[in-house]
Design a protein. Sequence first.
Length: 197
Amino acid sequence: MAENRRILIIQGHPDVTEDHLGHALAHAYAGAATTAGHQVRTATPAQLDFPLLRSQEEWEHGPLPQALQKAQDDIAWAQHLLLFFPLWMGDMPALLKGFLEQVARPGFAFRREAGSPFGQKGLVGRSARVVVTMGMPALVYRFYFRAHSVKSLERNILGFVGISPVHETLIGQVDTLDEAGRAKWLATMARLGRTAA
């Protein structure tokens, strides 16, 4: 059994008026992880009231919205992050992107460093898994579209701040999943949760 870890689940689905597959997947992971002795916290951007950033000046020098302070504290606390979101128009939903832009501020997610164009990564020592649901077949997204938005998230956001390794789980054709297919993915998430993978 893996050693007990501190896990933060970021539920990136913008719709909290009903349960979607992404919610069920996150619950399966969280339940199994908790039962296995891991500590689990959750951040749900759709339940938080925060503005979108509109300038570099605001991002670099503006205050972090009070509603996001706990989420930022939980990211600092976590050893492993799970990001769940549906693929919308080929990318993560705008609300999740806005959340990540807000919490990944200079001085927290990275620090400026003289002579380095990349600075000092502020979240080294953490790993992550990105779980994406989509209508198209996952193989089409991975090989034809080259999973471009997930790769961008992994390289330009998570990797930029030092989170590594980052693994991904792509779940396609969710609109046509039958009960057996749904149960298979819930079991997969539970297995990953038990090992904090």
